[in-house]
Design a protein around this ligand. Structure first.
Ligand SMILES: Nc1ncnc2c1ncn2[C@@H]1O[C@H](COP(=O)(O)OP(=O)(O)O)[C@@H](O)[C@H]1O
Ligand SMILES: [Mg+2]
Length: 417
């Protein structure tokens, strides 16, 4: 199998750490010291999928390399280290979908590896073996229908307090802010939902309100039109202000509207009320991925086991992915996987008051406390969601089982067609 190579222009110690992770993932790390190195490499080989550049240590050199990556017919995405204050300012400008990404020091080689892998997979580089070695195809292939439309990700565990809302809000913010994705965040918890208030959004129009008005006006609005935009860029949609107003939310119509929203958004993240009622069942059916936050305690684990059994009955068991929340409590991920009987996609550490403080100020922790370690965890989760996007286990059968820890079977050249 040909390897996709990653050109890395980082100081030697960082290259050593990063290169090892990239090799572990099944890609070839290539050390680059100068723009001349990179130019020679690009002339010689066509299988460079991503370049990691250091715009913090030497901006001019990084700029020179960047221009080589985007010279002539080349368009190789760059992952660039920048100073934290630069990144903060860059976040404020531009909403365009770009292939380049940025990170700041300090970073973990592990999280960077996942970002590189996500970029490689997203770039969907068609590789062909030819007599002269590995060539990149002239024209990129069309992504499959699955990759083109947005993904529906629901966050669910029948137990309260395990972090559903926290994970939904912060994953949505991170995908939007750091990954340049268009995200619709749906508060489908008509009983205890508090997404809008935790994001400091008051008096938002709810779907129940609008659909009730529609009965008189006959004008139907899409979810994209009803949603309100948070200042972090995420579109926020609240189903109903109170359970008393939720009667109009006919399950089938809700499911249709969510599916339609996938044409406009890259991701539709749905925070659910903990029940197995008809509304939740139709949404389960449409979901590409069901993220199940589980905290390391018996009631949460029991609830997840029950969910796994229900999911088997509903034939959606393959779409479940556990996220171990408050993971730094001594219980290993492997133990949690065994106890719950579900593969883990990521783990999120306990972060004290970080989430509560951010919510009190009407923000996600991603924009309020971007440098906290727990945000690295959220980013790793997002990278894995992106890397396994469209692998919707139920459809391709390939699933994401190998993603956690291993990675051998995640080489983009090996994906199911
Ligand atoms: N990893 C974490 N670290 C610290 N606090 C957390 C973490 N995950 C969740 N919390 C807090 O736990 C409480 C319950 O989380 P929440 O997301 O509302 O759960 P759910 O939606 O499942 O009921 C909230 O106060 C939230 O801020
Ligand atoms: Mg909640």
């Amino acid at each position: 199998m040909p390897r996709t190579a990653v050109a890395i222009a980082l100081p030697p110690a960082e290259f050593a750490a990063m290169g090892a992770r990239i090799a572990e993932a099944g890609y070839e790390p290539i050390e680059i010291r100068s723009a001349e190195d990179l130019a020679a490499l690009l002339n010689q080989r066509r299988d460079i999928g991503v370049a990691v550049l250091d715009a913090e240590s030497d901006f001019d050199r990084a700029l020179e390399m960047y221009s080589l990556l985007h010279d002539e017919d080349r368009n190789i995405p760059a992952l660039m280290v920048v100073a934290a204050r630069v990144l903060d300012r860059m976040r404020l400008v531009g909403k365009a979908r770009v292939n380049d990404e940025y990170f700041t020091r300090p970073y973990s080689a592990e999280s960077l590896r996942w970002r590189v892998e996500a970029m490689l997979i997203r770039a969907e580089i068609p590789i062909e073996e030819t007599e002269s070695g590995i060539m990149r195809s002239e024209s990129p292939t069309e992504p499959s229908g699955d990759l083109q439309r947005g993904q529906i990700v629901i966050v669910f565990n029948p137990k309260g307090g395990v972090g559903k809302t926290t994970i939904a809000v912060n994953v949505a913010a991170l995908l939007q802010i750091r990954k340049g994705q268009q995200v619709l965040l749906v508060d489908c918890d008509t009983v205890t939902g508090h997404i809008a208030s935790s994001l400091g959004m008051e008096n938002v129009r709810t779907v129940a309100d609008v659909w009730t008005e529609d009965l008189n006006t006959g004008v139907a609005e899409s979810f994209a039109e009803i949603a309100a935009r948070h200042e972090n860029g995420v579109s926020v949609l609240v189903m109903a202000e109170s359970p008393l107003h939720s009667e109009i939310l006919e399950p089938k119509r809700v499911a249709e509207a969510i599916t339609t929203a996938c044409r406009v958004y890259d991701w539709v993240i749905v925070d659910m009320h903990p029940d197995y009622g008809p509304l939740n069942q139709v949404i389960f059916e449409r979901a590409d991925r069901i993220i199940v936050p589980v905290t390391p305690d018996v009631p949460a684990i029991r609830a997840a086991v029950q969910l796994r059994e229900v999911a088997v009955e509903l034939q959606i068991g393959e779409r479940l992915a556990m996220v171990v929340n408050r993971a730094n409590s001594g219980v290993s991920v492997a133990d949690m996987e065994r106890a719950v009987g579900m593969p883990a996609l990521a783990e999120i550490r306990s972060a004290g008051m970080t989430f509560v403080r951010a919510a009190n100020e009407g923000h996600s922790a991603v924009e309020r406390f971007p440098k906290e370690k727990v945000i690295d965890d959220i980013e790793t989760l997002c990278d894995r969601m992106m890397a396994t996007r469209g692998f919707g286990a139920a459809k391709s059968g390939q699933g994401f089982m190998g993603i956690f820890g291993g990675g051998r079977n995640t080489n983009p050249t090996m994906r199911a067609s």
